[in-house]
Design a protein around this ligand. Structure first.
Ligand code: SF4
Length: 211
C-alpha cells in the first residue's frame, strides 16, 4: 500500500515565492492538501487523495448503465444526455495530469429510500466538493473542476430540461463522464465492494480534476 501511494502521490516542497498558478506542477503542496482536508471534514469528507489521471478507467458501457436502468437519465442536469459523451470526456481528462479523490461515508444507510435525510447528506457532500473546488481555484488551481457523486439533489426535483436553478453549483456526476468508478478505485489500490444490504454504510466518492 505504501508503495502504491508513492507511485501515485508526489508532494512538492512549498517555496517562498507566492504562486498564482500551479499549472506546471504535477503535484499538490502538502500545506494545500492539509488545508483543504481540514475544510473537507466540515462537510463529512474524510480523506482526500491525489492521483494521476492515467488511473481513470473510461468505457462506453458506463453510458449504457446510465441510459438503461437509471431513473435519472434525461431528468437531471448532472446526468446524461446533458453531460459530455465518452469522446469529449476523454478529451477533457487528457487536459489534466492530476486529480483528487474525495471520500466520505454516508451515515444514512438504506440507499433504496429517497427521503429528506438522505438528500440533505448528499447535498452536504455536494456543497463540500464544490466548495473545495472553489478554494483550490482561489489558491491558483484555475483548472479545478468537480465531478460529484449521485445525481444533483440540490432541488427536490431537478428543473431539467428547463434552466438550472443553481447553475454555479451544478456539476456532472463522475459516471456521467463515462468513468468506471469501481475500475478507477481498483487502479488506485482501493478495494471497494457494492453495498448489498440496505443497512450497510456506503461510501461517497467525488473527484476534483486539478492540474
Ligand atoms: S441545482 Fe437543481 S435544477 Fe440545477 S442540476 Fe441541481 S437539481 Fe437540477
Amino acid at each position: 500500500m505504501a508503495q502504491q501511494e508513492r507511485k501515485i502521490v508526489e508532494f512538492s516542497r512549498p517555496n517562498n515565492k507566492k504562486k498564482t498558478s500551479f499549472r506546471n506542477e504535477i503535484s499538490i503542496p502538502d500545506e494545500v492538501l492539509k488545508r483543504i482536508s481540514e475544510k473537507g471534514k466540515q462537510y463529512g469528507i474524510e480523506t482526500i487523495r491525489p492521483f494521476t489521471v492515467d488511473n481513470f478507467e473510461l468505457a462506453e458501457w458506463v453510458g449504457l448503465k446510465c441510459r438503461y436502468g437509471c431513473s435519472q437519465f434525461g431528468t437531471n442536469w448532472s446526468c446524461p444526455p446533458a453531460t459530455p459523451g465518452l469522446a469529449k470526456a476523454r478529451a477533457i481528462i487528457s487536459e489534466y495530469s492530476l486529480a483528487l479523490l474525495l471520500v466520505g461515508t454516508h451515515k444514512w444507510t438504506n440507499f433504496y429510500v429517497n427521503n429528506n435525510k438522505k438528500r440533505s447528506e448528499q447535498v452536504r457532500y455536494w456543497k463540500g466538493t464544490v466548495s473545495l473546488e472553489r478554494q483550490l481555484f482561489l489558491d491558483g488551481y484555475d483548472k479545478a473542476f468537480s465531478l460529484v457523486s449521485g445525481a444533483c439533489a440540490l432541488c427536490k426535483e431537478c428543473a431539467y430540461p428547463e434552466a438550472c436553478r443553481f447553475p454555479t453549483e451544478k456539476r456532472p456526476t463522475i459516471e456521467s463522464l463515462s468513468i468506471d468508478v469501481i475500475g478507477t478505485l481498483k487502479n488506485l489500490g482501493i478495494d471497494t465492494t457494492v453495498a448489498k444490504d440496505p443497512k450497510e454504510l456506503f461510501k461517497y466518492y467525488a473527484v476534483i480534476l486539478l492540474v
